[in-house]
Each structure stands twice: as C-alpha cells, then as structure tokens.
Design a protein around this ligand. Structure first.
Ligand code: GDP
Length: 616
C-alpha cells in the first residue's frame, strides 16, 4: 500500500503491527531494503520527525522505533546472540540443534566452575591461593604455577578424585562483564565474608549478581582466626538476603574458614562439591568440536596473542581452527596453569591458547570451525557487526530544535577516555563499571579506545586528537611515551584498584557538570499601605512576616496566591526615614520595587536568591 507520508514522500506503509527485524548497527539502507522503500525517502521522513541521518549511517533502536511507528511498522532488534546464531547458520553451524540432538549417552559429568566473590579485603585472593595449594595432585604437575585466569584442582570426595575449576579473577566485576556479553561460565559462587567485618556493600552486590544469574552460593565465612571474628553474625546478616544457613533450616552451606593460615579449606571444597551435586546437573558432551568462553587474554611480546579459554563442551585440540569473538586462528599450542603443554582440553578445563591472530575480549565465546577459512570469515563478519553496533551506540542524537544550539559548542560535553590494562578482563570490567556511572544527561562518558598492554604513542596521539584522558590499569608507559604525553599535555592516570579509577572518574564527571541552581526563599513581607512617591514610584509600606527583607534581593509580588509581578528587585528599603540594607521579621519598612508600581494593600512580597545546588 502506498500512502502519502510526511513531506509528501511515498513510502510503503505497514499495518501498525508489521514486524521488521533489524540487526544492531543497521542503517536506513537496511530498513529500506526490508520494506522495499527508497532509502532517500526514509531520510526525508526521518528529517520531518526531527532527526537527521544519512542513509548509510548506523542508527540506534530508538530512532528506528520512531521512524517505524510513523510508518506503521514494529521494529525488532535482533540480539547479538541471535545475530551470531544466524551468522553461524550461514556456515552450517547450528549449536542449538547440535545440543538438542545429544542423548544421555553423549553426556559425561564435568567439573563445576567456581567464581570467588565478596567485599574488598575480605580475603578473596588469599582464599584462591589457599585452594590452589590444597590441590592433592599439585606435586605431580611440576612446572611453576602461574596466573592464567583460571585453574583446576583435584579433591578427593567420598573416595573419588573430583576436579573443580576456579576462575582466578576474584570479584563480581569480571563475572558481570562476562555476563553482559552473554557468557555464563560460573556454576557456583563462593561468597567470601570476613567474620570480623560482616556483610558489606560489595557482599550485597555479589549476592545480587549471583542470584540474578541463578548461580548457587556457598558462603565462606573467612578470617575466623582474627580476634573479634563473629561467624554467627555473618550467618544472621545474610538471612536478610535469602541466604539461610543449613543449621538454621535453610539450604545454603556456610563454611568457617581462615584463608591465611589455611583453616577449613577442605571443608569449603567439600561444600562446593555437595552443592554442585545437590542442585546442578553438570554434564557436557566431550566428543565433539569444542566451544566455550575466553576468560582472559593479552598480547605477549614473544608469543603473540595469548588467550585463556574455558572449554564448556566438546574437546579442544591443538591444531583446531578456532574463532574467539573477532579473533581467529589455529591452536598452535595449549598450556595449563602449571605451564605444562596440553594436547586436548576437556569440558571445564581452562587452557592458555596460542595462535590467535588478535586478542579476544573476556567473555567472548569461542568455537571450533570446520577450517581456517570459515574461522576467518566468521571472525570478519562478527567484527563488521560489532563495528556497526559501536557506531550506532556512539552516534549522538540531535533533534532539529536543538541542532543549532548544539552546534554552538559547549552544550554537549563529554569526557573521553582511553582504557589500557594488563589483561582484557580488567579492561572490560573497568569499562563496564565506568559506563554505569550515572551523572544524568548533560555529561557523556565515552570510551574511545580500549586495549591490552602498555600505554603507547598511538594512545597518546589518539588522546591528543580527541582530548581524552588515558587510564592505565596495572600497566606502565611504553618506551619514550611519557615524554610524548608530557609534551602533548595528555592526562594519564595509573591505577591498580578498579574502585579508585571509578571514584576518580566519577568525581571528574561531577566536576564537569554545569552547576544547578535552586531557589531559596529569604523572606516575605505583607503590604499594609501603599505610598505614592513621584521620585521613587510606589512605596509599599510593609511588615516583614518571615525571614528578612534585604536590599537588592530578587523579589516577586503575590496577590491571593498568584504572582502578579516577577523578576523584581528590592531597589529601596527604608525604616522610618533611613535607608537600610536589611529588615527582620516583625518589623515595618518601606519597600520600593523600582519601576514596578502595581502593588496594593494585602499583597505579599517574597524575596529569594538562587543558590548552587550541591551534587549528590
Ligand atoms: P581481597 O581483596 O578480597 O582479595 O582480599 P585479600 O585476599 O587480598 O586479603 C585482604 C587482607 O586480609 C590481606 O592482608 C590478607 O592477608 C588478609 N587475610 C585474608 N584472609 C585472612 C584470614 O583468614 N585470616 C587473617 N588473619 N587475615 C586474612
């Protein structure tokens, strides 16, 4: 059906519920394609709706929504996952069908994957160390234990040797960043609560994150060796968050531990296995192509891209062609957390993978492709989709009304940031947390570049162009970069605690905000009698009813509750015959409002000032 549209252009219209599916980062061209319209006419319609865009520009969901509503369509944005599924489908890879086709015989038990969360300083890192040391077969591994982002231990449970995988990046930031990318790697969360400190803000956050993800929690009540430790109080506090200890009739396991001296670690591991066995069906098919999630990645000088991946199903082999996020390549070598080389990695095994062409992000899913070429094509398509989506996000929407003023600069303020970190997990977590800072509409925070490794000349150059601040997390300057940054006047800040970085950025953002003013009432006066003066105009003989009346204060006149004069100033103020600067409550005075003469007996004069509102 053709019908005249805004601006007289002809556009095929929907019936009000015609659904158009668009991927993230789509442009008017894509939309036009779907509804068989001329892209130029969509540009015109959008223009009449107060939005300016070119046909090839990526638009966000809101803009498409407005346009679609006007034309009788309903927009459905295809999620990144769906998009990925569609993309893989074109390569004949159907992960869901594959899973649905698996029978009980195909599935084998796999180790649980555990994340340690809790408030800062409650002992997460120490606990991860203690658990690592408790490994019954650690001695046999040989090699030097190194941080690869996750490790696996073996524990004897009811006569059976059981493996458990621990994500070695404590805290819920990484957990959340991964979830935000649609990756769920954690089966069980250990919530660490220091018995001498009790439930703290990040304890609550961690509980919320785990519960939102539907991940069962085992509580490790830590530091029971410290004087003043009160494990019972922790149990009692946590009941408020639906974590009721078994001994109180609930179903959450609480274990008293002391990570530093290594007390109760075995019991904690037992509790993890018992919780896994009681509430989870942890099985995966080991005999198929592997897939899983990248947990951490960095660029190594000698070895190139080094990514730790967690296999979630199938078995990963050296020689496999893989795609991880937008990185691809062939698995050249794999190493475990002891630096030993590994030929095959089964479900729930974390391994360091060498051979990727670039560094994936934490939380990126990986899968094995039939061959190198397919791996590359999937990676390229994902990259294109990601780029388009980023562009759409970045586009600042400008309506016609404020287009002009917006152009006159100063109105749109943004703080541009470049984030560099030692591992991609940290960078992701930092970006995620920073973008969550809420400072209202006036100030915008943009992360214009992020990456792993030292701060380079390139970063500084980029910061110069976009007037950005560089944030380095656990990284240093590259060679001769410091001089360049100083010369160019680029602000570079270094941190090793995420919270500090977030606090600083938040403060900076608040400082950048234009001050907000609020009206504060100073005093009111009731007019008793009006004196006419040829020299000063009308003088309101008044009595001050509240506060005080000051000369030069801003004022308005009210009659029966309505404002009859606004934007006035107390131009003259007298007591008896004397000019005064202030008259207090209960006293009589003569008030002159300059050229404003419309005052009658019974009116109220209200005075006020504008005060800067502190940001909270
Ligand atoms: P995180 O911030 O949660 O990773 O906490 P850390 O593992 O870094 O521990 C914070 C501090 O508490 C460190 O000084 C640890 O030595 C100390 N700590 C951790 N666990 C225990 C414990 O069981 N007993 C005692 N006395 N101190 C502990």
């Amino acid at each position: 059906m053709q019908a005249p549209s805004l601006g007289g252009v002809q556009v095929p219209r929907g019936n009000g519920s015609t659904v158009v599916r668009l991927r993230h980062g789509a442009s008017l061209n894509d939309f036009a394609d779907k509804i068989d319209a001329n892209p130029a006419s969509l540009v015109t319609v959008l223009f009449h709706l107060g939005e300016m865009a070119t046909a090839t520009q990526s638009l966000d969901e809101d803009t498409f929504g407005t346009l679609a509503a006007e034309l009788g369509y309903v927009i459905e944005m295809v999620s990144a996952e769906e998009e990925d599924r569609e993309l893989l489908g074109t390569f004949d890879i159907d992960l869901e069908a594959e899973e649905a086709g698996e029978s009980d015989d195909d599935l084998a038990a796999r180790p649980p994957v555990v994340t340690v969360m809790g408030h800062v300083d409650h002992g997460k890192t120490k606990l991860l160390d203690a658990i690592r040391k408790s490994d019954v077969v650690a001695g046999e591994h040989g090699g030097i234990t190194q941080h690869i982002g996750a490790y696996q231990i073996t524990h004897e449970h009811e006569g059976v040797e059981r493996a458990i995988t621990f994500i070695d990046t404590p805290g819920h930031e990484a957990f959340t960043a991964m979830r935000a990318r649609g990756a769920q790697v954690t089966d069980i969360a250990i919530l660490v609560v220091a018995a001498d400190d009790g439930v703290m803000p990040q304890t609550v956050e961690a509980v919320n994150h785990a519960q939102a993800a539907g991940v069962p929690i085992v509580v490790a009540v830590n530091k029971i060796d410290v004087e003043g430790a009160n494990p019972a109080k922790v149990r009692q506090q946590l009941t408020e968050y639906n974590l009721v200890a078994e001994e109180y009739g609930g179903d959450t396991m609480f274990v008293d531990v002391a990570a530093k001296p290594g007390i109760g670690i075995d019991d904690l591991i037992e509790a993890v296995l018992l919780t896994a066995d009681a509430s989870l069906d942890l099985r995966a098919n080991p005999s198929k192509d592997a897939r899983g999630v990248a947990i951490e990645a960095n660029l190594d000088k000698g070895r190139g891209s080094v990514a730790t991946v967690l296999v979630q199903s199938g078995t990963l082999h050296v020689g496999d062609a893989i795609v991880a996020g937008t990185a691809h390549g062939r698995v050249r070598a794999m190493f475990d957390e002891h630096g030993n080389s590994v030929d095959a990695a089964l479900p729930a095994r974390p391994v360091q993978v060498l051979g990727l062409t670039s560094v994936p992000s934490a939380g990126d899913t990986f899968l094995v492709a039939p061959d190198d070429r397919t791996a590359r094509q999937i990676a390229e398509k994902r990259e294109a989709a990601e780029r388009a989506a980023t562009l759409a996000k970045r586009r600042k929407r400008i309506s016609l009304e404020d287009f002009d003023s917006e152009l006159k600069k100063g109105k749109v303020e943004s703080l541009n940031l470049i984030l560099k970190g030692d591992v991609s997990g940290a960078v992701e977590a930092l970006e995620d947390a920073l973008l969550k800072i809420d400072v209202g509409e006036e100030v915008e925070l943009r992360v214009i570049h992020r990456g792993v490794g030292a701060i380079t000349q390139n970063d500084v150059n980029l910061a110069t162009v976009d007037s950005a601040v560089i944030i380095g997390f656990n990284v240093k300057y590259g060679e001769r970069v410091e001089e360049l940054a100083e010369r160019e006047g680029v602000d570079v800040k270094f941190y090793s605690v995420i919270y500090q970085a977030i606090e600083d950025v938040e403060a900076a953002l608040k400082g950048m905000l234009k001050p907000e003013y609020e009206e504060v009432q100073l005093g009111t006066a009731e007019i008793r009698q009006v004196f006419r003066s040829s020299k000063f105009g009308n003088i309101a003989g008044s009595v001050v009813r509240s506060g005080s009346i000051r000369r030069n204060a801003k004022a308005r006149v009210l009659r029966g509750g309505t404002v009859v004069g606004d934007n006035l100033t107390i131009e003259s103020l007298r007591r008896e015959k004397d000019d005064v600067t202030e008259v207090r409550e209960g006293f009589e005075c003569g008030i002159g409002l300059g050229s404003f003469n419309d005052v009658v007996e019974g009116d109220t004069i209200e005075t006020f000032e504008m005060r800067e509102k502190p940001r909270v």
